[in-house]
Write a new protein. Structure first.
Length: 401
């Protein structure tokens, strides 16, 4: 009897478990609904996703949080690492506050930030795809294309060839107007000397055109962790951001490029100034008294010394000088005295041939016994129509074009 009473109990338990399983399965199964007036079928799942006939989540094209994006807070110029874990892997940018966070799963910093701050729209900085958190679905919307372009500006070949002839000002998202290529570079601490070089390189047409077209180097062979290839990529990103006609602001930060440059070489520092002077220069050139021909990389323009006395308001007087006055050093007539610990000589300079791109170096920093002195003289020069052919010697001027 006991065995007979035990069997129905077992059957009842199994059947109850089966009914519970069927109930759970029914709850998590998909339910199909046909919209009124439309032949499109929508499939609802238990996790909130809604799929259409093309197996696309319809929430991707109807995200309710797109109006919460604050474009004035976005800045993709800085190093892409998580603001909490400082990791470079799988980093997302919050499009509401502009901060970087790692991951997208339930236990990640981006997920925690979305729940605690009610910030829902994120951008993967590597794949350039948009996601809504904590619901975790991809956002597909054409209105976000300007943010993608801000993160990774691209140029076609016709656009690159037309840059030198394009002279119209464009308007940034913050309302300010600027010329593409003529935007400010942030001074992090003492990297303004690097900014001058970067601005100069960005306006050398062959170099600029090469780095604006990412097809020139994206397929170059490289190994994992190749820092030199990373330097090339960061320089290309900086050049493309400088020439971006759809910037959100009128300045760009060279932070990522300088970080890689600092890692590869300590010759360019961002925390203190570097004077381009070496032992080789002092040994081989310091005591030469006469040179007939000199090959130069740049022309050094000597600024006039600042006045010693203050003005009537007890403030320092900032002198101004024209570029033509500084270039008179190379007209072949003006003499300049150069002193050494042995003697002093008078020298005159004249140019016999001009390079395709002429670099002018304003020597502002002079090292004395105690410290570095900066010359604050303002140099006035025209933006266009500078004829350097007048600096050439008369017999070489006819060959200049």
């Amino acid at each position: 009897m006991s065995s007979l009473s035990f069997v129905p109990h077992t059957v009842s338990s199994v059947s109850g478990h089966k009914r519970k399983h069927e109930k759970t399965h029914k709850k998590s199964s998909k339910r199909i609904k046909r919209s009124e007036g439309s032949d499109e079928e929508q499939v609802y799942t238990g996790n909130g996703a809604v799929y259409n006939d093309q197996n696309e989540d319809t929430r991707s094209r109807s995200c309710p949080y797109l109006d919460t994006i604050r474009r004035n807070m976005l800045d993709f110029d800085f190093e892409k690492l998580c603001s909490v874990s400082l990791s470079h892997l799988n980093v997302y940018a919050c499009l509401i506050c502009g901060k970087y966070f790692q991951g997208r799963g339930n236990s990640t910093h981006a997920y925690t930030h979305s729940v605690s701050e009610s910030h829902h729209v994120f951008l993967n900085l590597e794949t350039r795809r948009f996601y809504c958190l904590p619901d975790d679905y991809e956002i597909l919307d054409g209105s976000l294309e300007d943010i993608t372009y801000l993160l990774n500006p691209t140029f076609s070949t016709p656009e690159i060839l037309a840059l030198d002839s394009y002279s119209k000002m464009v308007r940034a998202y913050n309302g300010l107007t600027y010329y593409p290529g003529v935007v400010g570079l942030n001074n992090i601490k003492a990297n303004d000397y690097c900014n001058v070089i970067l601005q100069m390189l960005s306006h050398i047409s062959p170099l600029r055109n090469y780095f604006l077209d990412i097809k020139n180097f994206e397929n170059l062979p490289s190994v994992s962790g190749d820092q030199m290839m990373l330097l090339v990529q960061r320089f290309s990103e900086l050049i493309r951001k400088l020439w971006n006609p759809r910037n959100f602001k009128t300045h760009v930060s060279p932070h990522e490029f300088l970080q890689v440059s600092l890692f590869l070489s300590f010759s360019f520092l961002i925390f203190r100034y570097i004077i381009p002077f070496s032992i080789i220069l002092s040994v081989f050139l310091l005591f030469q008294t006469s040179i007939s021909d000199i090959n130069f990389f740049y022309l050094t323009c000597d600024l006039p010394p600042p006045p010693l006395y203050l003005d009537e308001f007890k403030e320092n007087i900032i002198p101004q000088v024209s570029l033509a006055t500084l270039l008179s050093k190379f007209n072949g007539v003006t003499e300049k005295e150069y002193k050494t610990h042995r003697d002093s000589t008078l020298r005159r300079f004249e140019l016999r041939r001009l390079p395709p791109y002429l670099i002018l170096y304003m020597k502002r920093f002079v090292k004395n016994i105690f410290t570095l002195e900066k010359n604050p003289t303002i140099v006035n020069f025209p933006i266009r129509s500078i004829d350097f052919g007048e600096l050439l010697a008369p017999e070489f001027r006819a060959k200049h074009r």
